[in-house]
Design a protein around this ligand. Sequence first.
Ligand code: HEC
Ligand code: HEC
Length: 250
Amino acid sequence: MRSIIMRLFAAASGLALLISYSGAAQSQDSPADRVLNASPYAIAADEELSGFVRVTAEAAIGEHCASCHSADLTGKPGVPNLVDYDWLWGITGEEFNDVNPVMAIQQTLLYGVRNRDCPEDQMSYGACSDTRYSEMPGYGVLGFSEEQLNDLTEWVVDMSGGEADAAAVERAQATVTICAECHGGDSYGYVPYGGPSLRDDIWLYGGDRDTIYDVIANGRLGECPPWGNTLDAATIKALAVYIWNTSLGL
Ligand code: HEC
Ligand code: HEC
């Protein structure tokens, strides 16, 4: 009798040991696993996780992003600066906390901007259904006259705070309502369509008249590759957190 009780006891404590071991095993998950579901705040509060984010992101940037965005992510003509807190896609600056912007960056990284590389049945508007998409139309191509294009150029110069030809800006008023769809009602940008603000001196393509005219006349369709098939989820998350933190000056 006594030995049966002992055996039962031994079995029960064995089970308890097993349970506590599996619990311990969970808290020993790798930083890559833990970073996936951790919020930006939980990552910032954990030295191991923030170290993982920094090392992983810096390696991925060197290998995959620097060729276009430059090593310090400040960009070049046609490729945005990622660390100036001026966002084309998904971030308005009015977010409640750091979770939404990090997820918006993750979305851009997973599916890219204007990606066209997917099966026919997953395309819409000439691009993959999941990718960030919109078009800067080429108004010269659409039949606008040189004078109209010049007037629009002067209007953009004026909007961005430069010295512009007042008569041309006045003439442009009749046309510029069409720009609001993607650049916002007050031209401060519209992030669902990736329309840059025209109200500042931050330029994706360049603030000189020749470049502005060329963009308006011929349009633009900048592309960022999708990374969802190339980089693992922890690297994507690390990049998003790193880019957001760096843009905040952290
Ligand atoms: C082949 C060039 C190229 C490479 C490589 C590239 N990008 Fe991009 N990226 C772009 C361009 C061009 C845009 C702007 C797209 C547009 O016009 O909206 C962009 C946009 C972005 C944006 C959106 C910025 C915003 O203001 O919303 C993010 C975030 C981004 N890239 C991150 C990355 C990261 C991270 C990598 C590396 C893993 C990377 N990109 C690699 C060209 C590139
Ligand atoms: C259907 C959407 C859409 C409309 C309408 C539109 N734009 Fe754009 N515009 C964009 C997008 C998107 C970009 C960024 C292109 C890219 O990322 O490659 C852009 C870029 C620009 C740029 C370059 C800004 C920079 O920082 O280099 C200028 C200038 C511009 N647009 C002017 C205009 C003007 C003027 C009008 C109206 C006559 C207009 N746009 C109408 C979507 C639009």
